[in-house]
Design a protein around this ligand. Sequence first.
Ligand SMILES: Cc1cc2nc3c(=O)[nH]c(=O)nc-3n(C[C@H](O)[C@H](O)[C@H](O)COP(=O)(O)OP(=O)(O)OC[C@H]3O[C@@H](n4cnc5c(N)ncnc54)[C@H](O)[C@@H]3O)c2cc1C
Length: 328
Amino acid sequence: MNAALSWPCAALPGAALADRTTMHVGGRVQWLLEPANPEELARAWNAARERGYLPRILGGGANLVIEDGELDGVVITTARMRYILRPGHSEDPRGEWTLRQDPLPAAMEDSAPRLVAWAGATIPGLVGTATKLGWSGLEGLAGIPGQVGGAAAMNAGGRWGDFWDVVESVHVLDRHSGVLRELPRAECAPSYRDGGMVDFVVLGVVVRLVKRTIPEVEAKVRDYLQTKRRVQPVTEWSAGCIFKNPSPELSDGRSAGKLIEDAGAKALSRGAAAVSALHGNFIVNSGAATAKDVLALIEDVRQLVRSKTGIELVTEVKVWRASDIVRG
Ligand SMILES: Cc1cc2nc3c(=O)[nH]c(=O)nc-3n(C[C@H](O)[C@H](O)[C@H](O)COP(=O)(O)OP(=O)(O)OC[C@H]3O[C@@H](n4cnc5c(N)ncnc54)[C@H](O)[C@@H]3O)c2cc1C
């Protein structure tokens, strides 16, 4: 490890990653880069590429399990890129990047209100901003942790809608050329829990919402939050849903959580990692779990469901392994 290596943004050598995820497991990475804005992220990315690294991108770590031990290479976190802007109203800290269009006249904003959020803005922060304005479209994401870049990459959502439903365009860095681009929604192909961003780093998004009243939007958010708190272990350490729901034809309409429950896998645990008693598709860390526990438990659950139903559950949660290719 070369602690003297200089980077075009804040950088931590040997950074611990566990507490940067909601599961709170995992080891250290050789370099953690912390750009403060999209241009800095692009410079950090290109500097890492010039040095032969293939950086990993860390958002809120809310759908991620990181292996224990030492991870080689570079992780770029978007945690410092937190701006949410209301075009034409908010002070724009980076003028030219945020929206390549003139401020919207008030009359137009009435019919097409938009927010611009940098990748590191939190999902609750974006939902909260829209709620305070009485702008509808993001309520279905109430209670989902993580950041906007992660929400775009994962197409976060649920029964009340998905993030990409309201995305008008994304500002991205092309992972191959290192060049910044703006992709209109029509050029993107998000699907269930997959934003289709494999060739890109998301720098920010423009979301287009609908004007309603503040009480209307607040009521929906409250309602969805209450439901979420009832059915998911939102106050415990977890990484959200571990598995994607299989196609209804395959599973007779049963969700991954229901398949896990029906297979008796809710009783499973490994060390301090256990399948949640509240929701079968969540694994919770009671405090001292390691990534090894969590990853072994994921395989135990997959195996039990396979043996009882013949269905092979596919992982939704992302796993960073020490063996991943991070140089090239
Ligand atoms: C209690 C709890 C409840 C949850 N409920 C839901 C739910 O209802 N619905 C749902 O969909 N999810 C849910 N999740 C999962 C999680 O909140 C979402 O997947 C969220 O979008 C992850 O965002 P993140 O910033 O934390 O991404 P991370 O976990 O940091 O990253 C996830 C993946 O996205 C990639 N990524 C992150 N940022 C970027 C970027 N800027 N550009 C390109 N790639 C990027 C990462 O490299 C990684 O592959 C829940 C999680 C928890 C802990």
